[in-house]
Ligand binder design. Structure first.
Ligand code: DAH
Length: 341
């Protein structure tokens, strides 16, 4: 049996030396020294020997088994190293290949325009004043000089809450009253950006929500020429130095006199095209001198101070700038639209 043991070990050693793969090594382990391996089984048969021979056999058997196990471990790490080496050279990694592009989020086109507008007004010394979206009828209309049955109310179809005195603001102008009451008696130079809401049929040209950026300046000796100069300056910064700007008389209840500002169409340079509807001009904002009643409602004395105000629509500005023909894209959350900006 001792001879058998020696031969078996020799065969096992010889085979082990030939092995080249992890799979073959595992099979070898099972065959010889695993739980059901030949060597293991041979060792179990020690009880068949006469008692006198058992210690010698046992000792030798243990020696050989340990030697095989050591050889197995050595072979295992050699094979592992060889396999790693092989996979590194064969499946070689090209570190110069460009990576998979990570798609980045971006600012909504309205926010891009809003930020540009904030920047220009900030450069002219206007700070941002945040006013609320949910307003009272008093702030949104009455204090802005819209009497209860004024027809202009109908132009601003309103979303009311269950309380008819509480509504979603239809324009940012009520922020004028809040800013005045907050700043009084100091001079004011603010813009009031925010979302406005109107209960209208949604079409390519009108949405039930949209942004406005209101502006307000109040102080001693503010004149219409200040309003003109400031808005011309704004338009030049937004649309380029040489772009002509014009003021047209208009009407708003909260300003007197009132005007609308047009810039010369930047698509056709005033010749007339589809964008400007063949007028050569694009309307960009409403404005005027703050009505004395409104100044008084804000707490100021119209005998001592005056002011100007304006209101513009960032979505309209964005539409004109990028030739967007349908305002519904803005809140449609369609990535095919949003990813273009
Ligand atoms: N509130 C007006 C609107 O929603 C826009 C506007 C016009 C605001 C003239 C003003 C202004 O401050 O002076 O249509």
């Amino acid at each position: 049996m001792l001879d058998q043991l020696e031969t078996l070990t020799e065969t096992a050693q010889a085979q082990l030396a030939q092995l080249e793969s992890g799979d073959a090594l595992a099979a070898w382990h099972g065959h010889y020294i695993g739980r059901k391996g030949e060597l293991t089984q041979l060792l179990r048969r020690v009880s068949e020997l006469p008692p006198a021979q058992r210690p010698t056999f046992g000792q030798r058997a243990n020696q050989l088994k340990q030697a095989l196990e050591a050889a197995y471990e050595q072979k295992a790490s050699a094979i592992k190293a060889a396999e790693l080496e092989k996979s590194l050279t064969e499946g070689s990694l090209d570190v110069t290949l460009p990576g998979r592009p990570v798609s980045r989020g971006r600012l909504h086109p309205s926010n891009q325009t809003l930020r540009r507008i904030y920047q220009i007004w900030a450069e002219m010394g206007f700070q941002i004043y945040r006013s609320r979206d949910v307003e009272t009828d008093e702030m949104n209309f009455q204090l802005l000089n819209f009497p209860p049955h004024h027809p202009a109310r109908e132009m601003q179809d309103t979303f009311y809450t269950t309380n008819p005195d509480v509504l979603l603001r239809t324009h940012t102008s009520p922020g004028q009253i809040r800013a005045m009451r907050d700043f009084y008696p100091e001079p004011i130079r603010v813009i009031l950006p925010g979302m406005c809401y109107r209960n209208e049929q949604i079409t390519a040209r009108s949405e039930i929500q949209f942004h406005q950026v209101e502006g307000l300046a109040v102080g001693p000796n503010i004149r219409f020429s200040d309003l003109k100069g400031t808005l011309i300056n704004f338009a030049r910064r937004l649309y380029g130095e040489g772009r002509p700007v014009r003021f047209r008389a208009s009407h708003f209840p909260f300003t007197e006199p009132s005007a609308e500002v047009d810039v010369q169409c930047f698509l056709c340079d005033g010749k007339g095209c589809r964008l400007c509807k063949y007028t050569g001009w694009l309307e960009i904002c409403g404005c005027g001198m703050v009505h004395p009643t409104v100044l008084r409602n804000g707490g100021y004395d119209p005998e001592k101070v005056s002011g100007f105000a304006f209101g513009m629509g960032p979505e309209r500005i964005t539409m004109l700038r990028h030739g967007i023909e349908d305002i519904r894209y803005f809140w449609g959350n369609d990535l095919r639209f949003l990813e273009q900006f």
